[in-house]
Write a protein that binds this ligand. Structure first.
Ligand SMILES: [Zn+2]
Length: 296
């Protein structure tokens, strides 16, 4: 693909991210209140039912100056922030696959005698990239909810488990069909990686949970590390946990110093940061770490 086509794809990926971010906003506002996410969106002050042109990600909020069209009350900054962040996340995944991994999403361009062009896509890589995008959206949503309510809604962990299975299947099929690795070798490598990943961190957390009678760690965090472990495999989920603990303790110490009132720690946001980094850069970091122990 030439540069222009890559740029157009990049913009499309960003726009797609803002659209899913817009839906994520609805989830973040309604799920903790047990409201339906299917209902039409309305202004939280006057109840004005939003039209399609009020729902264009980023643009509607900017054009309306962050105010309701009817009652002029302020609309939460959460809307454009989540939409913009989710767009940047998708763009980041796209760039990472293209620039760092140099994954050709299009494996072959074929011309027949009439000059008609046929593109051959590597759909497995597309699904792998899309499942990481879906993972990042879920992590962004549960981060905001856990930060506000100290709860990770169960549905988020169910969602991550489902995309973990899809992601794992795509990785295995990609290895067999595109990379040309043997079926038995591929299964022998990946099935234990993901299966152990499900338990690697979650089991340790569960033991801490049982000993502390639920005071040291929340049940939602344990389920998150199980679901994300199935997605990442055991090496990367351990890395995610280490990153989450380090960043979490540093930020928590700073917050305790600044405002002495804050003692409750929501782990979800820090674990999510670790999972997000590990999903994109885990293999690079783990390989670099392991290489320090191998004689060269
Ligand atoms: Zn209003």
């Amino acid at each position: 693909m030439d540069i222009a086509a890559k740029l157009v794809f990049g913009v499309l990926v960003f726009v797609l991210g803002t659209i899913f971010g817009s839906f994520l906003n609805v989830v973040i506002f309604r799920v903790p209140k047990h409201e339906s996410v299917n209902k039409r969106s309305h202004c939280m002050s006057c109840g004005y039912q939003l039209r399609w042109y009020d729902l264009v990600p980023l643009f509607s909020w900017i054009f309306l100056g962050g105010k309701c069209r009817v009652c002029k009350n302020k609309i939460s900054k959460q809307y454009p922030i989540i939409e913009g962040l989710n767009g940047l996340f998708y763009l980041g995944v796209y760039l990472k696959f293209y620039i760092i991994d140099q994954v050709p999403f299009i494996t072959e361009v074929e011309y027949d005698l009439d000059g008609k062009m046929t593109l051959h896509y590597d759909w497995y890589s597309v699904i792998i990239a899309a499942s990481i995008c879906a993972l990042l959206t879920a992590l962004l949503g549960l981060t905001v909810i856990d930060w506000r309510t100290f709860e990770i809604p169960f549905g988020f962990n169910v969602f991550i488990t489902v995309i973990a299975v899809i992601h794992g299947a795509a990785v295995i099929l990609h290895n067999i069909r595109i990379a040309g690795n043997g079926v038995a070798d591929t299964l022998k490598h990946f099935l234990p990686l993901y299966f152990i990943g499900f338990f690697a961190v979650s089991l340790i957390l569960y033991i801490i949970y049982a000993i502390s009678k639920g005071r040291a760690i929340g049940g939602g965090d344990i389920k998150l590390m199980a679901a994300a472990g199935l997605f990442l495999g055991w090496k990367n989920i351990i890395l995610a946990f280490v990153i989450g603990c380090i960043v979490g303790s540093i930020i928590h110490l700073i917050r305790m110093k600044v405002s002495k009132a804050e003692h409750v720690l929501a782990m979800g946001p820090y674990l999510s940061l670790g999972i997000a980094l590990a999903s994109l850069y885990g293999n690079i970091i783990v390989n670099w770490y392991l290489s320090m122990f191998s004689a060269s």
